[in-house]
Design a protein around this ligand. Structure first.
Ligand SMILES: Nc1ncnc2c1ncn2[C@@H]1O[C@H](COP(=O)(O)OP(=O)(O)OP(=O)(O)O)[C@@H](O)[C@H]1O
Ligand SMILES: [Mg+2]
Length: 160
C-alpha cells in the first residue's frame, strides 16, 4: 500500500486527522511519531486521545516520559499510552521504567521521539511523519505491518 499523505493547513486539520485516526485504531497498535520540535506530534496525539473519549487534558509527557489514558476503541476498553522520549538519557531508562511491558499487543502505544528509544523500543506498525510546510504541516503515514495496513485501510480523512 502507498503511504497516505496530506497537507494540514491549520491546527483544526491536525485535530481532524487525529480524530480520523482514533476511529481507525485497534488494540495493540504501535505508532511512532517523527518530526522536529513543534511539528505537531503532541497536537495530533491530543486530538486522537480526546476523540477516543478521554475527557480531560492531554499534556505532553515531557518529564514523566509516558502517560496512560483509558478509553474505548470499537466499544471495548483499551489503554492508549503516550510517550515522549525526548528527554530520555539512555535505553536503560526505558527498560528500568518497565515501558517494554506496556507493548503487550493490547495497549495502543504512541511514541514521540522514537529515535531516542533505539534499540530497545519495540518496532512500529505505523509511522507518522510530520513536517512544517508554509503556515501548515505536511503529514505522511506509513504502514509497516499488517496491523498498520489495517489502520490505514480504515482511515477516513478528510472526513466526508
Ligand atoms: N496543521 C497545522 N498547521 C499549523 N500549526 C499547527 C498545525 N498543527 C499543529 N500546529 C501547531 O504547531 C504546534 C505543534 O506543537 P506540538 O507540541 O504538537 O509539537 P511536537 O511535535 O509535539 O513538538 P515536541 O517535539 O516539542 O514535542 C502547536 O503550537 C500547534 O498549535
Ligand atoms: Mg510533543
Amino acid at each position: 500500500m502507498q503511504p497516505f499523505t496530506a497537507h494540514l493547513p491549520d491546527e483544526s486539520a491536525t485535530a481532524a486527522l487525529g480524530a480520523a485516526l482514533a476511529r481507525a485504531l485497534h488494540p495493540g497498535l504501535v505508532i511512532y511519531l517523527h518530526g522536529d520540535l513543534g511539528a505537531g506530534k503532541t497536537a495530533l496525539t491530543r486530538a486522537l486521545i480526546q476523540a477516543a473519549g478521554h475527557r480531560g487534558t492531554v499534556k505532553s509527557p515531557t518529564y514523566t516520559l509516558s502517560e496512560p489514558y483509558r478509553v474505548e476503541v470499537a466499544g471495548a476498553p483499551v489503554n492508549i499510552i503516550h510517550y515522549d522520549l525526548y528527554r530520555m538519557a539512555s535505553p536503560e531508562e526505558f527498560l528500568d521504567a518497565g515501558f517494554r511491558e506496556d507493548f503487550d499487543g493490547k495497549n495502543i502505544c504512541i511514541v514521540e521521539w522514537p529515535e531516542k528509544g533505539e534499540p530497545v523500543l519495540p518496532p512500529p506498525d505505523l509511522r507518522v511523519l510530520l513536517s512544517v510546510s508554509g503556515l501548515g504541516r505536511d503529514v505522511e503515514l506509513q504502514a509497516l505491518s499488517q496491523s498498520g495496513l489495517l489502520c490505514l485501510d480504515h482511515l477516513a480523512y478528510p472526513p466526508s
